[in-house]
Ligand binder design. Structure first.
Ligand SMILES: Nc1ncnc2c1ncn2[C@@H]1O[C@H](COP(=O)(O)OP(=O)(O)OP(=O)(O)O)[C@@H](O)[C@H]1O
Length: 605
């Protein structure tokens, strides 16, 4: 294990019984709280213990401290060592008798509470008194945000002014949302508040779920302001008229929107009028917002709101900022903008503490049994509060996984989230999975970026992610806010190139050989598929063809090979013959005349 080499000024050492890592951590927290007001410089007291033989203290996922840690790391030591990046000047830790008996009495959700080690402690928010409005600080306290995360600290202390243009990169789950909301809101509070009914801050993000999540965090931050600051949302999948009505009748000082719906409602002059006092435009998941999919809508939005030269602030945030982004950010950032990053140039872009693995099976027909075996194995290793996300490649593919795995794994609470569901179902499932202590979510990329599902300990990716960045964001659904997590890819032979071509990603072969168990699962899986609707299989088959058609070269396949592969996939779903596919669809996919397809209509006349 690598420890940071920063010099540590150890001023005081307090010993406590080795058998009690909880008390140890609690003592260090109390020490931190007591020393806060005393120190002009930031000071921290750290917990460090000899971990039990095979593992260590697992952080605040609520595990028993003596349970073995599957990652094999001594986490309490790791946490303390990582935290050693900060000088220690605590005068004296308290005797253990002074530590509250119930660790849950401690402030919740503070990164300093988390023994994960990756997210180092930042300055306390209380040190921002005078720079951030008192009511905002109160809101943060209520949310349990006691210390700044590194990206929050960087943005709040290194931006030339709180209204400066910036491009900011920080790893997934490290608090970027508050890092852009705080300066933008503070900027309004210091005299730039728009008139009633006008938008002061516009946040653009790629999905509806993320828009709701950002709005919720915004409401938390502004909760203690003496005058309510309304945060509205605008996204597709909801009635346009009611969104518009709410927006026009309300006082949307902050608007969080997805590009399509905003572009649509900006067609109304009344709506455009509301943007005349805009102060800040944020692109969250900026690389996604500026890619070819969204760029036309973003450009159209930017043409309809006051021009950049009017002086509004542009903020672009993401965990992934590939080079190509620099060419396009100029639509929202003026030259000379501030670039901030908490990620070292040579560092892997994923969280260091997430062990990442890949399982490669020889044929596509083994993919379902491999996933089944993997989930079972992971669960057996760590059954308490088992909460996982399984990403599939397409909405219909995910729908199929949900259908079969709810039969295969009746002991779990199973969820599905993808674009083929109604918006109300998507919203309620998102909320239920956020609140769930355990369960398995089968998801498409609608929740691949930005979404914060607390305590997800495992992310599985089945098949190829659409890009390296997407892989990184999906992995980032685990180990958020300083917690632990693991990530596993399940690929078949032709897809294995992903691991070899992405050398910067620390993906290792899965440490347990599941291949021996695959055969024994076939009958169970076969049986489960008899309970899955044929239409669900047909849709998944078609989606499989469409998705993999875009990767033909990388998969080292021609169109004939692709159809053969899809037919094997259908066979593994228990289809006696390949599902019918409409002539029109075959044409659209560019598969006209390819042998192996069964052309015809599935609709019963
Ligand atoms: N200072 C803080 N103290 C405690 N918790 C925090 C703090 N800042 C953020 N969080 C929590 O950490 C989690 C992750 O934050 P957030 O969603 O903003 O991360 P992110 O960097 O935007 O992630 P992604 O790259 O996936 O979009 C959330 O639950 C958030 O409420």
């Amino acid at each position: 294990m690598k420890f940071p080499s920063t010099t540590v000024h150890l001023r005081s050492l307090q010993q406590c019984p080795a058998s009690s890592p909880f008390s140890l951590l609690a003592a260090s927290r109390v020490c931190n709280q007591l020393t806060l007001p005393l120190c002009a410089r930031y000071s921290t007291c750290y917990a460090m213990s000899h971990a039990p033989k095979r593992g260590g203290f697992r952080g605040n996922r609520g595990r028993h401290p003596h349970r073995p840690n599957r990652n094999g790391a001594n986490l309490s030591t790791q946490a303390a060592a990582a935290a050693f990046d900060q000088p220690m000047i605590a005068q004296e830790a308290l005797p253990l008798s002074a530590v509250p008996q119930n660790v849950q009495d401690m402030p919740k959700r503070s990164f300093s509470d988390m023994a994960g080690g990756e997210v180092k402690l930042g300055k306390p928010y209380s040190s921002m008194a005078g720079q951030l409005d008192k009511a905002l600080l109160e809101g943060l306290t209520k949310m349990g945000f006691e210390y700044m995360t590194p990206v929050q600290e960087k943005v709040l202390s290194e931006l030339p002014t709180l209204s400066s243009d910036c491009l900011v990169q920080a790893k997934t789950g490290t608090g970027k949302t508050a890092a852009f909301l705080l300066p933008a809101i503070q900027n309004l509070l210091k005299g730039n508040m728009p008139a009633r009914g006008r938008v002061g801050i516009l946040v653009l993000c790629p999905t509806r779920e993320l828009a709701l999540q950002i709005a919720k965090e915004c409401d938390g931050i502004t909760a203690c302001l003496p005058r309510r600051m309304e945060c509205h949302t605008a996204f597709g999948g909801t009635a346009r008229a009611s969104t518009l009505n709410k927006f026009l009748r309300g006082d949307p000082t902050i608007l969080v929107a997805t590009p399509g719906r905003l572009d649509d409602i900006l067609g109304e002059e009344q709506v455009r009028d509301r943007f005349q006092s805009i102060q800040t435009v944020v692109l969250d998941e900026a690389d996604r917002m500026l890619d070819q999919g969204f760029a036309p809508q973003i450009n159209s939005i930017l043409r309809r709101i006051p021009p950049k030269r009017d002086g509004w602030q542009g903020m672009c945030f993401s965990a992934t900022l590939p080079e190509r982004v620099n060419d396009v950010v100029k639509c929202v950032l003026f030259p000379g903008y501030t670039s901030l990053s908490t990620i070292d140039r040579n560092e892997a872009p994923t969280l260091d503490k997430v062990p990442q693995f890949a399982i490669t099976v020889p044929s596509i027909q083994q993919i379902f049994s491999a996933l089944y075996a993997l989930i079972q194995h992971e669960y057996e290793q760590d059954p308490k509060d088992f909460k996982a996300i399984v990403f599939g490649t397409t909405a219909n593919g995910v729908g199929l996984l949900y259908d079969v795995f709810k039969v295969l794994l009746p002991q779990f609470q199973i969820f599905e989230l993808h674009s083929r569901l109604s918006q109300s179902t998507r919203t309620s499932t998102t909320n239920r999975f956020k609140d769930a202590t355990s369960g398995i979510l089968f998801a498409s990329d609608v929740v691949g970026r930005g979404m914060d599902f607390p305590n997800v300990g495992l992310v599985i990716q089945l098949g190829l992610p659409s890009a390296t960045e997407q892989y990184i964001h999906r992995v980032g659904r685990t180990a958020r806010a300083g917690k632990d997590g693991r990530a596993v890819m399940v690929l078949f032979e032709n897809e294995a190139f992903f691991v070899h071509t992405n050398k910067t990603l620390p993906i290792k072969p899965y440490p347990f050989d599941i291949s021996a168990t695959l055969n024994q699962h076939y009958p169970t899986i076969e049986k489960a598929f008899t309970r899955v609707d044929e239409e669900s299989k047909a849709k998944a088959y078609q989606a499989f063809l469409g998705y993999n058609k875009t990767y033909l070269k990388k998969l080292r396949l021609d169109t004939k090979g692709l159809v053969q592969l899809a037919n094997q996939y259908a066979e593994s779903m228990g289809c006696p013959e390949p599902p019918l596919i409409e002539k029109r669809t075959v044409g659209k996919m560019g598969l006209k005349g390819v042998p192996g397809l069964r052309i015809g209509s599935r609709r019963e006349d």
